[in-house]
Design a binder for this molecule. Structure first.
Ligand code: PHE
Length: 342
């Protein structure tokens, strides 16, 4: 008697957890529990063994068990019919749900274009950390402490430990490359940089740079000019004009800034080029011998050039984005305009 009751409980558990997705599943349930050789019939057969005085109570349990199985059968049946009806109500001629496809961020598009142009010239890709130490961001780049040129870049320091800072330029990656490799070195280093500036249409507290470094024997300023000239033609088209202006960076000597003819107004003058017809796109120069020596590179044997450009500026010229804040506001009306761009 006890054993049969335990069996009934186990069958009840099985019945409750039985699922059926279609008519075949429901039929399988019927055969197992309610069929002529099914479990309910089988359990009913136990009645014979039961002593007379317990027959009434046991009969009640059996009837309940049977009703339990039948109720579950009905529930499964109506669920599967419901399923079938839902299917038949589907209107396959209705337009489908729109499946929105994302777009690459314009800064990623432009960075990828810049990197691939230099990769065609044999530059390898290099990246470095955004949280830097003073040495890699400044010291090694020939900006010792109290060097006035440090004021050129307003630095964010990590408050818990002011010997850490957010890199102000990707020149810190140059430092890390020279630290770990001997010439010939030919790398292109894209990355995000940070400066403590008030956010406006023209300035932001973070932006993106791509830096290049080329060190080998006999590398000259002519190589620098030709490399950058090739870059401009590939990036902006064959008609784009280029000019170099003498400049100053502590880590290069001589240094130059490079302008290109304004793509917005074609050189006639507009607000982007401040009515000069030219826009500055990068800083460059021959790597300062002191920087080479900082990394044990023999400056009598090796020379090199370096350059650094702002990705936002290039993007502004290519896609006419005139407010820097648009890049980080995540507004899909802005971002979706770059769908399909490569
Ligand atoms: N690091 C400079 C800047 O952020 C750019 C630069 C890189 C200039 C390499 C010269 C050579 O302004």
């Amino acid at each position: 008697m006890e054993a049969v009751l335990a069996q009934i409980e186990a069958f009840k558990a099985e019945i409750s957890s039985f699922t059926a997705n279609d008519a075949a599943g429901v039929e399988a349930f019927r055969i197992r529990f309610l069929g002529t050789k099914g479990i309910v019939k089988q359990v009913m057969g136990e009645m014979k063994q039961v002593p007379v005085e317990q027959k009434k109570a046991f009969g009640q349990i059996l009837n309940e068990f049977k009703a339990f199985a039948e109720a579950r059968y009905e529930a499964l049946q109506s669920a599967s019919q419901q399923h079938a009806t839902d299917e038949s109500l589907l209107d396959y001629s209705l337009p489908g749900d729109a499946f929105p496809v994302g777009a690459r961020h314009p800064l990623s598009l432009v960075r990828n274009q810049i990197v691939s142009i230099f990769q065609r010239l044999g530059f390898a890709l290099a990246e470095g950390p955004e949280i830097e130490d003073d040495w890699h961001n400044f010291g090694a780049m020939n900006l010792p402490e109290d060097h006035p040129a440090r004021d050129m870049q307003d630095t964010f320091y990590v408050s818990q430990n002011p010997s850490w800072l957010l890199r102000t330029h990707t020149s810190s990656v140059q430092a890390r490359i020279m630290e770990s490799q001997q010439p010939p070195i030919r790398v292109i280093c894209p990355g995000r940089v940070y400066r403590n500036e008030t956010i406006s249409a023209r300035a932001h507290c973070f932006f993106h740079q791509v830096e290049g470094l080329y060190i080998d024997e006999h590398v000259s300023f002519a190589d620098l000019k030709q490399t950058l000239y090739y870059f401009v033609q590939e990036m902006f088209g064959k008609d784009t004009k280029v000019r170099f202006r003498p400049s100053y960076f502590p880590f290069t000597e001589p240094s130059a800034e490079m302008d290109i003819s304004c793509l917005i107004c074609g050189g006639d003058g507009c607000t982007v080029c401040k009515h000069s017809g030219w826009v500055e796109i990068l800083g460059s120069g021959m790597v300062h011998p002191k920087v080479l020596e900082n990394f044990g590179i023999d400056s009598n044997k090796y020379t090199g050039f370096a350059f650094g450009m702002g990705v936002e500026r290039i993007c502004q010229l290519k896609y006419r984005v005139n407010d820097l804040r648009l890049y980080s506001q995540n507004d899909v009306r802005f971002l979706s305009q770059f769908k399909g761009a490569l």
